[in-house]
Design a protein around this ligand. Structure first.
Ligand code: KIV
Length: 284
C-alpha cells in the first residue's frame, strides 16, 4: 500500500503543475476501484442523495448518511485523500454546529478534509472548522444546496458582473485559510483567473481545463446515473446498460431452467447420495 496523500502533497502537485484527479465515491467497492485506478482524491459527496438514494436533490441528505458512506469509502481507499461533504443543515445554523459536524467526519470516518458550500457568507464557519484543526475545501460557483436561490442548477459567473462575486468568494475562502477550493459550473475564463491568483489548489467540476484538477461524479463517469446528464460530464462506461443486460440474462436463464447448472450445486458428499436415496425410498 502506498503512503496516503496529504493536503501538502496536493499543494506540491499544484506547484509542479501536475493535474489532480478527483472523483466522488459512495461505497466500498467503488472506492477500491478508484484507489486501484490511482485517483488522488475521493469526495463522499452529498450527491449520494441522488446517486445512491434516488432523492431528487441533495437537500434531504443527513450527516448520518454521509458518515456511513464515508466510513465505507475510507475502508475501500485507505491510501487516498478522502473529503467528506457537509450536507445541508450540518453547518448552516451556527459555527458550533459546523465544527461538531466536521469533527464527526474525522472521528467517525477518518476523512482527510471536509467540504462546504458557499463563499463570503460562510467564512466564519470555515474559520471555525479550521480552528478545530480540520482541513477545509471551499465550494463556490454553482452550489446545489442553495440552488433554489440561484434559480436552479445553473452555471454561475457568466457575465462580468456575475463573475466578480465568484472571484470575491474565492479570495475570501483562501484568506480564511482553507487549503482547497472547488469551482462548480463556472466559465473557464473565470476559473483560470482564480486558479492563477490563488496559491491553494483550485479544482473544477464543469469549470474547464484551466484549473489544478478535475472532479466528476463517479456515477456519471461509469454511466450508472440516468436521471440527467450535466453538460460537463464525460461518460467512460455504460454500467447501466451492462447491468440491465446481465440482470435480464439472469431472469431469462432462471425462467428457462438454464440456471443453476451442475457447477453451481453442492452435491452430497461421496457415498452419502446413495444412502440418502435408499433412505428416501423407505419413506421414513
Ligand atoms: O456532492 C457532490 O458530489 C458535490 C459535487 C457536485 C461538487 O458537491
Amino acid at each position: 500500500m502506498s503512503t496516503k496523500k496529504s493536503v501538502l502533497d496536493l499543494h506540491q502537485m499544484k506547484a509542479r503543475g501536475e493535474k489532480i484527479t478527483w472523483l466522488t465515491g459512495y461505497d466500498y467497492p467503488t472506492a477500491l476501484f478508484e484507489e486501484q485506478a490511482g485517483v488522488d482524491m475521493i469526495l463522499v459527496g452529498d450527491s449520494l442523495g441522488m446517486c445512491v438514494y434516488g432523492y431528487a436533490g441533495t437537500v434531504p441528505v443527513t450527516m448520518d448518511q454521509c458518515i456511513v458512506h464515508s466510513e465505507a469509502v475510507r475502508r475501500g481507499a485507505p491510501a487516498t485523500f478522502v473529503v467528506g461533504d457537509m450536507p445541508f443543515m450540518s453547518y448552516q445554523v451556527s459555527d458550533e454546529e459546523a465544527v461538531r459536524s466536521a469533527g464527526r467526519f474525522l472521528k467517525e470516518a477518518s476523512v482527510d478534509a471536509v467540504k462546504l458550500e458557499g463563499g463570503v457568507r460562510v467564512i466564519s464557519r470555515i474559520k471555525a472548522i479550521l480552528d478545530a484543526g480540520i482541513v477545509v475545501c471551499g465550494h463556490i460557483g454553482l452550489t446545489p444546496q442553495s440552488s433554489g436561490q440561484l434559480g436552479g442548477h445553473k452555471a454561475q459567473g457568466r457575465t462580468l458582473e456575475a463573475a466578480k462575486p465568484v472571484i470575491e468568494d474565492a479570495r475570501a475562502i483562501e484568506r480564511a485559510g482553507a487549503q482547497l477550493l472547488l469551482l462548480e459550473a463556472v466559465p473557464p475564463e473565470v476559473a483560470g483567473f482564480i486558479r492563477a491568483e490563488l496559491a491553494i489548489p483550485v479544482l473544477g467540476i464543469g469549470a474547464g481545463e484551466d484549473v489544478d484538477g478535475q472532479l466528476l461524479i463517479v456515477s456519471d463517469v461509469l454511466g450508472e446515473f440516468q436521471a440527467f446528464t450535466p453538460k460537463f460530464v464525460k461518460k467512460y462506461a455504460d454500467l447501466a446498460g451492462v447491468s440491465v443486460a446481465a440482470l435480464t440474462e439472469y431472469v431469462n436463464d432462471v425462467r428457462a431452467g438454464r440456471f443453476p447448472e451442475e457447477q453451481h450445486c453442492y452435491r452430497m458428499l461421496e457415498g452419502e447420495g446413495e444412502k440418502f436415496a435408499d433412505w428416501t425410498k423407505e419413506r421414513p
